[in-house]
Design a protein around this ligand. Structure first.
Ligand code: GLN
Length: 549
């Protein structure tokens, strides 16, 4: 029988519930338990796949093709285990199931209501992963903030589950904010008291209160929170701002969050936490020996969360290379032929980001050209790869109108075209080529060196593809399709052997990078950027050849 931990949030959003949930999961995993995390989101979209990145940050994709909340990325990066379709559920998904059942007549003439029908469906899904027999502990993060109208059915479902289950099988961790008022030089507990009261009014009492704070909480303050919120003082956990999200598990360990959870769930005989690899990663992260600057060319750069997995992949790959990776955001819409050199000349590597639609693509193409002509390490992801193909078509093959039919429907050289199976699709949600697909890598290529194998699997999220009609033209002109889907022949990787490091991938490698398994293309890209930086500095000042920047 699995045990259940629910993580709720109070006072405000953006407190980092996902990181706290992932950190707790990491600690329990480090003590030998099999743990997974799932996220229940109260919005009406059936999944976040149709949401603009400005609304909700990046859309994370699982192996089995679910378009999910970006918190699932944190869960995977921390736990090093994959999540799945079952791991992210929204209000929209719940209602869709209930309404479909109602249309099928499954409710036998009953009036279908929020309680019990919606709450029953929420509960069924909350217990689903626990029933698989694969996990000892299921952590469920509830999106939104306690008190929101739309999160009420979820809190009610937790209340019912707590009532139905033995006390030691279920618990609630409430994450809240203790603001510091600098004028009064004081930490304030009142918002936390209110949010716990709100939660209690909804019938759920937290077992642990995790307090986000910029200043340490002294024991008097912890006691005060404990007294007013009716928990034991050791169940008040301080969560100070950390310099890296990857520090949080260790901070939670110091605070004893895992121990209080294990006690409440009556799990005995657990091992000491095995965090050797995690700590080694943190050491490398904290004390880098070199530094590189990577340009991230995208159009959603105003919002850091839009490229979350890419940024985290650089953290993993940087640590692996004992190198600090500074990522500079360059807005693709601002890049022109005239300013490209000025904008990109200080970079050690260029990553052209994924994206949809026309806006900013010409800037991306101009940036690729600069990287190709100046031997600057280049890494294109999804739309970034497509832009590399278009740039090659235009500037090497000489087809000035080379384009993707996503941008210009009737271009004479559609080097990127809509996949056949996409041509009759009109609905937007969940209809892209999604999830893990195998890819066979050509021996002796850069991709082969990077992966060290010829058979890989990576995750996808796109509708367009390299147009195989042009494959021989590109090959003759020096662009190598080094990875293909074995069944369909779709080109998944392109590279330029004459360039020191030039690779474009149709898939999203950033979705599989974890602390313990940094994604190999990112690792090799950072390595290439290091080599580029060293060479450039050596040319600039021969005396500084060995000095680090
Ligand atoms: N818009 C492109 C496509 O659908 C690329 C998608 C992406 O970058 N994820 O093929």
């Amino acid at each position: 029988m699995a045990k259940y931990i629910f993580v709720t949030g109070g006072v405000t959003s953006s407190l980092g519930k996902g990181i706290i949930a992932a950190s707790l999961a990491k600690l329990l995993q480090a003590r030998g338990l099999k743990v997974t995390i799932q996220k229940f989101d109260p919005y009406i979209n059936v999944d976040p796949g149709t949401l603009n990145p400005y609304e909700h940050g990046e859309c994370f994709v699982t192996d089995d093709g679910a378009e999910t909340d970006l918190d699932l990325g944190h869960y995977e990066r921390f736990l090093n285990t994959p999540t799945s379709q079952a791991s992210n559920v929204t209000t929209g998904r719940i209602y869709q199931t209930v309404i479909n059942k109602e249309r099928e007549g499954a409710y036998l003439g009953k009036t279908v209501q929020v309680i019990p029908h919606i709450t029953d469906e929420i509960k069924r899904r909350m217990l689903l992963l626990g029933k698989s027999g694969k996990f000892d502990i299921i952590i469920t993060e509830l999106g939104g903030t306690v008190g929101d109208i739309e999160s009420l059915p979820f809190v009610e479902a937790v209340r019912q589950l707590q009532w139905e289950m033995p006390e030691e099988d279920c618990m609630v961790v409430h994450l809240t904010l203790i603001p510091y008022l600098s004028a009064a030089k004081e930490l304030k507990t009142k918002p936390t008291q209110h949010s716990v009261r709100l939660l209690s009014q909804e019938g759920v009492h937290p077992d642990v209160i995790v307090c986000r704070t910029e200043q340490p909480l002294n024991s008097d303050l912890k006691k005060k929170i404990a007294l007013f919120c009716n928990v034991k003082p050791d169940a008040v956990i301080e969560a100070m701002d950390a310099s890296s999200i990857y520090e949080v598990p260790l901070l939670m360990l110091q605070e004893g969050l895992d121990i209080i959870v294990l006690k409440k769930l009556q799990i005995n005989g657990y091992a000491a936490p095995e965090l050797t690899k995690w700590k080694a990663f943190l050491d490398k992260l904290k004390y880098p020996k070199t530094k590189v600057t990577i340009g991230l060319i995208g159009k959603y750069i105003e919002l850091q969360d839009a490229y979350k997995s890419i940024l985290e992949s650089f953290v993993h790959a940087g640590a692996m290379n004992e190198c600090k990776v500074k990522v500079i955001d360059v807005h693709s819409e601002t890049i022109t032929e005239d300013n490209v050199a000025e904008k990109l000349s200080k970079l050690d590597g260029l990553l052209v980001a994924p994206g949809f639609g026309n806006r900013g693509v010409e800037g991306k193409i101009t940036a690729v050209k600069y990287a190709r002509e100046n031997n600057l390490p280049f890494f294109g992801i999804c739309l970034g790869m497509q832009m590399a193909v278009i740039e090659y078509g235009r500037n090497v093959l000489g087809w000035a109108d080379a384009n993707s039919t996503e941008m210009v429907k009737d271009t004479a050289h559609p080097v990127i075209d809509l996949m056949d199976e996409q041509k009759d699709i009109t609905a937007k949600g969940g209809t892209m080529r999604l999830g893990a697909y195998p890819c066979t890598i050509k021996e002796g290529t850069l991709a082969h060196t990077i992966y060290g194998t010829t058979e890989i699997s990576e995750r996808h999220r796109h509708r367009w593809e390299f147009n195989n009609k042009y494959i021989t033209d590109f090959e003759k002109a020096g662009m190598v399709p080094s990875g293909k889907n074995p069944a369909s022949g779709l080109v998944e990787i392109v590279e330029l052997p004459k360039h020191p490091f030039f690779i474009g991938v149709q898939y999203h490698p950033e979705l599989k990078s974890t602390v313990e398994n940094p994604q190999p293309i990112f690792v090799h890209f950072v390595k290439a950027a290091k080599a580029f930086a060293e060479k450039r500095d050596a040319v600039k000042n021969p005396l500084l050849q060995s000095e680090m920047i």
